[in-house]
Write a protein that binds this ligand. Structure first.
Ligand code: MF3
Ligand code: CO
Length: 253
């Protein structure tokens, strides 16, 4: 069931989204070679708590940290660790969910560690562009499949692959609500997009083959072929005749 949101609920989600943006702004300045992924987690947790939000991922189905921090061939759900040290040229995605007074906002950014290769840079560009391509179809009366199809087509056109196992989703009081928003699919299929709903659109892109494996920790999802991966996500509110991205900070590109 897709849950529509009241004006008050949207305001609370927007405050959660503002804090998510603030976390990314902070990380943009702080991520550097030599730092550990656990240090990133600490910044995420501290920034959220100082701004009246709870890191919703912590304890979610037993997840042990406040952020998912995934380096290079780790697609998603990387568990922050003092043993994972960022190196010049890495790309690191940070996927976070802030809860403000019971309402959530969810987003992910992939950051560069120092100077990266053109190969990694292109993957980052295409992943982000796939999100904005999909956004063109966020319109009342369109279907979720229009979003899915747009992501898949854009990504594959550039020679990359989308994951089949993990999807975007609705969001609200819960981090994951209906509808499920796959990164692949057929235009015109799936639920209709309704006003006053909140959607997390999140291209998860693999440079190589689409296949992934989960590590023994039960969370970390890696590209089976060990090639690079990238993830970009925002929470988007749908209104009658427009949409609003609530998880970008002012001036963010
Ligand atoms: N934030 C992720 C998403 O985009 C989910 C994180 S799973 C958790 O849907 F266990 F870390 F919370
Ligand atoms: Co999400």
């Amino acid at each position: 069931m897709i849950i529509t949101k009241s004006a008050r609920e949207i305001e609370l989600m927007k405050e959660a989204g503002r804090v998510v943006g603030l976390v990314f702004k902070t990380l943009e300045e702080k991520i550097h070679a030599g730092m550990t992924t656990l240090e990133i987690d600490e910044i995420v947790e501290k920034t959220m708590l100082e701004n009246g939000c709870k890191p919703e991922e912590k304890g979610y189905y037993g997840y042990p940290a406040s952020a998912c921090v995934s380096v290079n061939d780790t697609l998603i759900h990387g568990i922050p660790s003092s043993k994972i040290i960022l190196r010049e040229g890495d790309i690191v995605s940070v996927d976070i969910v802030a809860n403000y007074k019971g309402y959530n906002a969810d987003a992910c950014r992939t950051f560069k560690v120092g100077t990266i290769t053109e190969r990694a840079d292109r993957l980052m560009r295409v992943t982000k562009e796939a999100f904005f391509e999909a956004l063109k179809y966020v319109k009342v009366g369109n279907h979720i499949g229009d979003i899915s199809h747009a992501v898949q087509e854009y990504v594959e056109k550039h020679g990359y692959n989308v994951t089949r196992e993990f999807t975007g989703h609705g969001i609200g009081k819960s981090m994951h609500e209906d509808p499920s928003i796959p990164n692949y699919g057929k235009a015109g299929t799936g639920p209709e997009i309704k006003p006053y709903t909140a959607l997390c659109i999140e291209p998860m892109v693999l440079e190589g083959r689409k296949d992934t494996r989960i590590l023994g920790d039960g969370w970390t999802v890696k590209a089976k072929d060990g090639k690079l991966t990238c993830h970009y996500e925002n929470t988007v509110i749908v209104y009658e005749d427009h949409y609003e991205i609530i998880t970008m900070y002012e001036g963010e590109k």
